[in-house]
Design a protein around this ligand. Structure first.
Ligand SMILES: C[S@@+](CC[C@H](N)C(=O)[O-])C[C@H]1O[C@@H](n2cnc3c(N)ncnc32)[C@H](O)[C@@H]1O
Length: 221
């Protein structure tokens, strides 16, 4: 495990609280990610952030063979920590979507995605064809906005995923307590667009905070 100086640890705590601050609008959050992009991996390393590895391990269990046939879209890709973990398991076809140019620039340095899509997931239509991906991952999406992610955003995830494909969403436990998010996730299940296949809990996915992983299966379209 990497070792960090006392100064790094203090800075990481400070930066991390700025990223998860409550009440910020999406534009402000994206600007904060731009500013912190060159320090992001250090900050999350200090905070012992484990969601990307957890998601990578779960994906490998879901797709034990033929990984080269699994096309993946990583939403809120950031600097590509999730891609790093998926690649360790042999997944190679991965596109990344994120609105922060700074975060995507870090991912580009390490050649972590095939396609870099600089866009938000919100109530817009993404520049991605229907049924493109076998898997969509959404890991650590900006907290305040994920809590109120609109139905249209979830429909977009389903639209770009193939029938029978999977959407893996992982975040901190308290984020999934959001009533708006829960209602919107259920909305798609009630309409037969997806089905919750599994829900997992992991202790301490970042210092002092538990994490959840929701695995949705996209229904036949
Ligand atoms: C905490 S980082 C997570 C990055 C990566 N998934 C990880 O686990 O390390 C949150 C990312 O969400 C992105 N983001 C913020 N608003 C977004 C939106 N509306 N749609 C997609 N991504 C967004 C930010 O730019 C940032 O890169």
């Amino acid at each position: 495990m990497a070792s960090y100086s006392e100064e790094d640890m203090k800075e990481a705590q400070r930066e991390f609280s700025l990223l998860i601050e409550k009440g910020l609008d999406n534009d402000t959050v994206i600007k904060r990610f731009d500013l912190i992009s060159d320090k992001y991996d250090m900050v999350l390393g200090v905070m012992e952030y484990k969601l990307p590895k957890w998601v990578g391990d779960n994906l490998a269990s879901l797709y034990p063979g033929n990984k080269e046939r699994v096309n993946i879209l990583d939403v809120a890709a950031g600097t590509g920590l999730v891609s790093v973990e998926m690649r360790k398991h042999g997944f190679t076809h991965i596109d990344g979507l994120d609105p922060s140019e700074g975060m995507l620039a870090q991912a580009k340095k390490n050649n972590l995605y095939d396609r870099y899509i600089c866009d938000i997931l919100a109530d817009n239509t993404l520049d991605i064809a229907d049924n493109t991906y076998t898997v969509v991952t959404v890991v650590g999406f900006s907290s305040e906005f994920f809590k109120i992610l609109p139905v249209k955003a979830l429909e977009e995830l389903v639209r770009v995923t193939k029938s029978g494909g999977r959407i893996l969403m992982s975040h901190f436990e308290y984020i999934f307590e959001s009533e708006v998010l829960r209602d919107n996730l259920s909305n798609l299940q009630d309409r037969g667009l997806w089905k919750l296949e599994d829900k997992k809990i992991m202790a301490e996915t970042v210092k002092g905070i538990n994490g959840h992983l929701y695995i949705y299966k996209v229904m036949t379209k």
